[in-house]
Write a protein that binds this ligand. Structure first.
Ligand code: F6P
Length: 361
């Protein structure tokens, strides 16, 4: 007979995404209603390794629905299997996973609920192999998990990026400039494509479509010749020119390379090809910060409720997902199988081209 689930521990792994607090709140409220005792690990997997695990009740989650960030804190570098420790000879990694499993056993945690992206779910799978029952909730502003149609956070990020494009429009027009806006998304162009279309950008460059710089320049010149001497160019941080490579700013032990520089590189490539003044804005973490949109609060709440239900039912090894307008769950192993990238000739890219946006190829 399946073991009765009494105690669960939730953590928010990876970078934060608007909607995490709605997930935590819903998970706690629904969990309590189902008779669960809820714990929260601080700063993602770091809390498990460093024994920073606290009790969560509905009192503690009151009022957090409109708050960005995560009341538990996040970490996108805490990996218990490759825990980075400082030594006189520089940093090295140690496997602390057994310590985590032991700590969860001591606390009598029956299920670990992980809210995170592909990296967090990959760690979840490894803990599942060590016998820890896991339930997953997908999270990323990048929207690059192919098992779910949407992750919370994307909508807020796209809203923030669209606001930025609207603002760039007026100053671009006043000065007859080319405004380059670099957006997040890592290897996926969802934020750039969605915000670029919503904001009426003239050029959108995404990682999935390596761009031909001559096409970009030609689009800007054509607009000028047609009497519109300014242009808005949105570039995903993972976008790169044909024959080129993704641009990174930092590589550190145990961490994914940090992307950056795509906007400045584009500036350099365009400088000799168009007559305009060019300015680059890197929107950065303004996309991720701030209050979650209504859509992200709603999706976060739905995910949190369903995750608590899966825990209570003992249906572990599963990831909550959104398919169309319906919540479902899929085996956790499917979560990281394939990244969800923008199809180069998909409906969204086709719509962009149809309204005259240059995608660079
Ligand atoms: O994966 C989410 C994300 O915001 C990416 O779009 C971006 O490249 C990365 O995280 C930034 O990470 P950090 O917060 O560590 O700079």
């Amino acid at each position: 007979m399946a073991k009765t689930v009494r105690r669960v521990c939730i953590l928010t792994g990876g970078g934060d995404a608007p909607g995490l607090n709605p997930v935590i709140r819903a998970f706690v409220k629904q969990g309590e209603a189902l008779g669960l005792e809820i714990f929260g690990a601080e700063d993602g997997f770091a809390g498990l390794v460093e024994n920073r695990i606290r009790r969560l009740t509905s009192t503690e989650v009151r009022g957090i629905l409109p708050r960005g960030g995560s009341i538990l804190g996040c970490s996108n570098r805490a990996d218990p299997f490759q825990w980075v420790v400082g030594t006189p000879d520089g940093p090295r990694t140690e496997d602390r996973s057994a310590q985590v499993v032991e700590r969860l056993r001591e606390l009598a945690i029956d299920v670990l609920a992980l809210v995170g992206g592909d990296g967090t779910m990959a760690l979840g799978l490894r803990f599942a192999e060590l016998g820890v029952p896991v339930v997953g909730v997908p999270k990323t502003i990048d929207n690059d998990l192919d098992t779910t149609d949407f992750t919370f956070g994307l909508d807020t990020a796209v809203g923030n990026a669209t606001w930025a494009i609207d603002n760039l429009h007026t100053t671009a027009e006043a000065h007859d400039r080319v405004m380059i806006l670099e957006l997040m998304g890592r290897h996926a162009g969802w934020i750039s494509l969605c915000a670029g279309i919503a904001g009426g950008a003239d050029v959108i460059l995404v990682p999935e479509i390596p761009y031909d710089i001559e096409r970009v320049a030609a689009k800007i010149r054509a607009r000028s010749e047609a009497g519109t001497p300014f242009s808005i160019v949105v570039v995903g941080e993972g976008a790169f020119p044909q024959g080129g490579e993704i641009s990174t700013v930092e590589r550190k032990l145990g961490r994914a390379p940090r992307l950056g520089g795509a906007g400045e590189r584009l500036h350099a490539l365009l400088a000799d090809r168009v007559d305009h003044d060019i300015r680059v804005t890197v929107l950065g973490h303004l996309q991720r910060g701030g209050t979650p949109s209504a859509f992200d609060r709603l999706l976060g709440t739905r995910f949190g409720v369903r995750a608590a239900q899966l825990c209570a039912e003992g249906r572990t090894g599963r990831l909550v997902v959104l398919r169309g307008t319906t919540l479902r769950s899929v085996p956790l192993a499917e979560a990281c199988a394939n990244p969800k990238l923008v199809p180069a000739d998909g409906e969204l890219a086709t719509a962009a081209r149809a309204v005259g946006i240059e995608l660079g190829a």
